[in-house]
Design a protein around this ligand. Sequence first.
Ligand code: ADP
Length: 493
Amino acid sequence: MSNDPLRVLFLSAEVTPFAKTGGLADVAGSLPRALHSIGHDIKVVMPRYGRIDLQKFGLKEAVHSLEVPIDDRSEACRILQGSLGTGENKVPIYFVDNPRLYDRDGIYMYPDDAERFLYFSRAAIELAKALGWSPDIIHSNDWHTALVPNWLKTLYKDDEFFAGTATVYTIHNLAYQGIFGHRVLEIAGLAEYGFVYHPDLGALNEVIDFMARGILFADVITTVSKKYAEEILTPEYGEKLDPILRDRKDRLFGILNGIDMETLNPATDPYLYTNYDSRSLGKKVENKLALQKHLGLPERPDVPLLGIISRLTDQKGFDLLAQIADPLFSFNDIQFVLLGTGEERYHHLFQQVAQRYPRQVSANFTFNTPLAQRIYAGSDMFLMPSKFEPCGLGQMIAMRYGSLPVVRETGGLADTVENYDPVTHSGHGFTFKQYDAMALYTALVRAVETYQYPRTWQTLVRRGMRKDFSWGRSAKEYVKVYRAALRFRRKDS
Ligand code: ADP
């Protein structure tokens, strides 16, 4: 029946609040709860990294010893259990506890990452069996868990326990594929099935690309916005995997991420200097003045304040900003606050800009959630000139806090920000198409111009603040996709 509750085993290498490096953690922390609140039965699984505090999160042993096949042997781990969320809407979350693989300072970037995430993925499958809980859907995310669909179509093909299980694979960022040498096939137990070959994959036929296998074997593939789902079919955005994505495009769906509308609420956010909502915008400016004071910028309510909160990587389009920094700050009366960490060359770039324009620019190189919230609240505009952006959360959070986005029309940015048109008076942000410094400059100048008209500006701010970015809508779309996956699964077998 199409309304039956679904059993979903949800795998992610990071889940907020237990471990986070990026957007994947936010999705994994929110989507399962949204699915649970509309009646589905979800179990989340992640690795137990060394830094996850058992006491703090009240984690208890669920399985004393689970045997997990890896390479030519079997290795036992302990499974811990906790909860994601609070109150009525609590989802069970299981932690694969194998100190040999996960008791380290960080989450990624170890030489044995392939083995670490293969073990985790395989443990999740074996856990479902140990619990006697046969899932309708196994939902894996990004390269770390991308071999699950491959295993279900090979090693577990004739396993009665998974006879009704379909796989869904979500691409959160195609740029990180998990590419390894041949030996990894043995560790995965897939050596006898050999390589996958596609005439258009070129050099990728010579390696083991986890992301590629997720795409090739999943019953359904999703990514995190409709626009990105179209873009990745092209060589420009396809990261060399566009040939196989095009082959499977009837199974590729774009579903926009939501944001946690409860925590990210300017009316209740405990980090803000003053709380406000769309009817008390006068109080927003108090956040701006307090932010300016805190960062040592001149306290001026009238000057447009531009914010960036971001990983500092190539993807985010800061090369464009570098090209126009001088005219932007010399010829325009604006202030700019950056919060970000990442590649050294961008630290250097923004440090230089801050030194040249000390009364206009504040550059902060830390990962600091309270400061991030204060920048969303204190800024008037929020900049994301990304080269590509699968979904992007920053622009949605900014709108929620009444900061108007200035974005390049790509991926989720294109799907969430409508350009302001002064003739029709529609839209609520400032967008540009070409990946080009002058196009960015023009969008910024339009934003600064529009800021001179406070009544218009406030109308746009309210429009942005009223947009619904909650997970509820996306969760319903995931349910549709899960049911489509089950249909594909039945059709294929
Ligand atoms: P990505 O997943 O590519 O990093 P997103 O826009 O999807 O980009 O998500 C970034 C998230 O991380 C946002 O919630 C943003 O506020 C947060 N963030 C990024 N850098 C920092 C930082 N230095 N301090 C605090 N939060 C940050």
